[in-house]
Design a protein around this ligand. Structure first.
Ligand code: NDP
Length: 421
């Protein structure tokens, strides 16, 4: 390889970049070969300063029933216990019919923000009267979305502090819509600038309150009982934990982290922008001024009822979705055909994920299940090969205390025993 030193880093080839970093940071030949082995031409076309594809494990949640249909849903995640918990939650809800998820509305919001408006409230009325013209400007900036049945459909105008904000509502059909909404918002911004207005920003809002997805499930007590506790007791403890997440932000944050474990993993495997979903979800969790748990659980008669609503600005087309073969393969596995269906299924995974976490927390404690799966990771951290990890994990599960040092000792014991066999 010849390196052109006059080239800027972003102008170099991935191999040149890897070699340069190898020299600068003392990477070994094996490390450089591993970076090269996972590199892809598509990755290099996707981001700046590309080196390689960072791979994380992908699995599937099985037996998830949503709106009466059974799904197998790919999830990409490095945290060991998430998919096991999702399967457990899916199984518990499936006994009583699964998750109900009515079809979401799908409007994304583009904000056009003005300042220095002499009389904001008079101006607001003027804008509302000009709605058709504003929508025409927006739709002319991105005409192709209309061929899919979408486009800019309405405006709202708000006047917080000294700003006047036009919320442009856009039906983005099966796309997440960030690029198209940004294009439309900027066009409206230019149109207003040309009329002498001071435009502060023209950009999509990730607080996608017009793309909410609701999910709910109703469980029989018998389906959540454990060997030690009756279903009624488990339900009552889950309801207590749910209430705690409504009143204590410290608990609510972890409650919601568990929900997002499932949703993010589905989003990643579906090629979606999970950061957009995360930001919208957390903003929605704090919509009343206090950060609260997104999912709630109540005992109603002899049933446990779980409910959740959150913004789900998802897409089955657009962005980098079409650039990765694995995303297309995952869509074949999930059999999800549209963005509303993806929103329904992903939110359902979040709800069943929360159920499994709360049931564990309410009964055996969260560590029992977690550690069983974590042992394999501890085993690999201690130096076990992928072949040894399963066996070592089993041995670790039988010990009272496990840390990396203990795992290393157990690994050398295991290797000695195997050498003698
Ligand atoms: P695109 O810019 O790729 O737009 C979606 C395209 O999909 C449409 O333009 C259309 O192409 C095509 N399409 C085909 N079938 C359909 C259908 N049934 N419904 C709708 N569109 C269809 O992507 P998005 O606008 O969705 O933007 C998503 C990307 O934006 C993500 O990668 C995200 O990470 C990124 N982003 C996110 C931001 C944020 O969240 N704040 C900010 C900026 C970017 P055609 O018109 O050619 O037919």
């Amino acid at each position: 390889m010849t390196t052109n030193h006059n080239q800027k880093f972003y102008e170099k080839t991935p191999d040149e970049r890897r070699q340069l970093l190898g020299k600068q940071f003392g990477l070994s030949k094996t490390e450089l070969a591993a970076l090269a082995a996972d590199a892809s031409p598509a990755g290099n076309q996707t981001i700046e300063n590309y080196l390689t594809d960072y791979r994380i494990p992908e699995g599937v949640v099985t037996g998830l029933v949503v709106n009466g249909k059974e799904y197998t849903v790919p999830m990409a995640i490095e945290e060991p216990s998430v998919i096991a918990a999702a399967c457990n939650g899916a199984k518990m809800t499936a006994y009583s019919g699964g998750v109900a998820a009515p079809e979401q509305d799908r409007l994304m919001i583009g904000q056009v923000v003005l300042k220095n408006v002499a009389n904001p409230y008079l101006f607001k009325n003027r804008l509302l009267k000009q709605e058709d013209e504003i929508l025409k400007v927006a739709n002319e900036a991105y005409p192709s979305i209309q061929q899919y049945g979408g486009g800019a459909t309405g405006i709202r105008v708000r006047c917080p502090e000294d700003f006047v904000i036009i919320d442009l509502l856009v039906d983005v059909v099966d796309a997440m819509g960030a690029n198209m909404v940004n294009t439309m918002a900027e066009a409206v911004g230019h149109w207003l600038s040309a009329k002498g207005q001071t435009v502060v920003a023209a950009i999509l809002s990730n607080y996608a309150t017009d793309s909410l997805q609701s999910v709910s499930c109703t469980l029989d007590f018998a389906d959540i009982a454990t060997d030690q506790l009756s279903g009624a007791d488990v339900a009552s403890r889950i309801a207590d934990l749910s209430f705690l997440a409504q009143v204590d932000p410290y608990r609510a944050t972890t409650h919601n982290k568990g929900i997002m474990n499932g949703i993010d993993a589905v989003m990643l495997a579906a090629g979606n922008d999970w950061r957009a979903i995360e930001s919208g979800a957390h903003a929605y969790a704090a919509m009343e001024g206090q950060y609260r748990g997104l999912a709630t659980w109540h005992v109603v008669g002899d049933k446990l009822v779980g409910k959740m609503t959150l913004p789900m600005a998802v897409g089955t087309v657009g962005g980098s979705i079409g650039t990765r073969q694995l995303t297309a393969t995952n869509a074949k596995i999930s059999q999800i055909k549209s963005a509303p269906e993806l929103a329904a299924v992903a939110a359902s995974v979040g709800l069943v994920q929360n159920l499994a976490a709360l049931r564990a927390l309410a009964t055996s404690g969260i560590q029992a299940g977690h550690m069983k799966l974590q042992y394999r990771v501890v085993a690999m951290r201690a130096g076990a090969t992928a072949e040894e990890a399963g066996l070592l994990a089993k041995r670790l599960a039988g010990l009272d205390h496990v840390d990396e040092q203990v795992a290393q000792q157990e690994l050398s014991k295991m290797r000695k025993e195997q050498a003698h066999d």
